[in-house]
Design a protein around this ligand. Sequence first.
Ligand code: BT5
Length: 324
Amino acid sequence: MDIEEKIINSLRSTASFISGEDLSRELDISRVAIWKHIENLRHLGYKIEAQHQRGYRFIYAPDRLIPMEIRYGLNTRIIAQDIIAYDEVSSTNDIALDLAGRGVKEGTVVVAERQTKGRGRLSRDWFSPARKGIWTSIVFYPEFKPVELCQINLILGVAIAEAVKKETSLHVRLKWPNDIIISKKKVGGILLEMSAEMDKIKNLIAGIGINVNIPKKDFPLALRETASSLSIEKGSEIDRVSLFREILCQIERYYLLFKKSGFTPVRGKWLDYNETLGRYIEVKTGGENFYGQAVDIDIDGALVIRLENGILKKIMSGDVFLIF
Ligand code: BT5
């Protein structure tokens, strides 16, 4: 924790003023140094009131995904022990893949205010405008096999759904395998990328994109019918930092639950948020299209559909289109 983080945390710990003298004693630096750090904090967007003879008082924090803001009050043990934040990157997944190759700690979080080449699955574009969403990637070194990847998508989906519900009270749903949906529109997605050797995952990058405060007019025309943001659905802006903290917390919670008790309890939760089962769907997978009714999520996390000829087909990856 650097000095500025310590100063802001001290100021936040009370609703009243803290004198420059007390801060300087607590942190063992001069009062002039305190004043300079306060100026730096103001440049970051923190609102700090200063009053002669009373000292400094915290007013509010900026709407910025910067490490010290994300860390404030965050209660995780694995996820986000290291946070690397950027104003702009090509894709947070690229940075995280590179960092994972260099062996950074499990749970390292890369987050950016804007992505210039954000991507979805199969190299599709992911719209990631500045300061309106959560564009993040988390590094994992899971001890399971590539075939279990399907389950990881669903685990992350449940964690995100829980966090969004808790922070916004919105009626969030999950569409297999990786869509976060509200009122039939996509508000977020998950992109898993890994490097594997033999039958073992070396590292896994969980890329997560959530449209938080994007106004309707900012979406490209091509997305206006299918995509939405939490603020559009809620009718008011959402606190991005607080939502991000909750997402990190829930991811840790479900990741640990999965490691301890396997997929069954998470599957149960996923079913609570399910927007896929029971529906008549089209699935595009590996150049093939299938039509049928989605009937189950099996214990591998695969989608089971009943084809028109009655045969049950298990799908491990692909795109699902809800027909009715
Ligand atoms: C996904 O892919 O849904 C995964 C999205 C993952 C994005 C995160 S952001 C942080 C990390 N770094 C990255 O570069 N990516 C990850 P997929 O299921 O393939 O959906 C992609 C499709 O969703 C596109 O072809 C568009 O039709 C649509 N789309 C693009 N941007 C969108 C947005 N912001 N909101 C909703 N839909 C979008």
